[in-house]
Design a protein around this ligand. Structure first.
Ligand code: THU
Length: 130
């Protein structure tokens, strides 16, 4: 699976986002240690804090399917991709970190179709582990 194919999966599931409050659609696609792809979209709620992020949904789908490691995750945010590529929020960085290592890559594209690629360590340095 190429990076573009993984991002395409994130862009496709982004269309399923339930985001009547923010109108900000997000899709995430994970490739796991078995080579399987798991996707998620944001699901908002009238009680705002009860909403969940796309990455959270993709992680839940991965674990439910038997995956335990995130090899790579692509995130597609916004109706189009903004000039600043959508990167995971702070909470999702911690959630991704649970199933990642410092070299795991988080990838996104901006409006100019330019890749932005980060390691887990770049997005969440000195992260918390038990
Ligand atoms: N959102 C995500 O799904 N992932 C992120 O990493 C950032 C934010 C969602 C949450 C909310 O539904 C909307 O984007 C606007 O914040």
């Amino acid at each position: 699976m190429t990076d573009d194919e993984l991002l395409d999966a994130a862009r496709t599931v982004r269309e399923m986002a339930y985001c009547p409050y923010s109108s900000f659609r997000v899709g995430a696609a994970i490739i796991d240690e078995h080579g399987s792809v798991h996707v998620g979209c944001n699901v908002e709620n009238a009680s705002y804090p009860q909403g969940s992020c796309a990455e959270t949904g993709a992680i839940a789908a991965m674990v439910a399917a038997g995956g335990q490691r995130i090899v790579k995750i692509a995130v597609a945010g916004g109706e189009t991709d903004k000039t600043r590529a959508c990167t995971p929020c702070g909470g999702c960085r911690q959630r991704i970190n649970e199933f990642a290592d410092e070299n795991t890559r988080i990838i996104a594209k901006d409006d100019d179709n330019k890749w932005h690629s980060y390691t887990m360590a770049e997005l969440l340095p000195s992260s918390f582990h038990l």
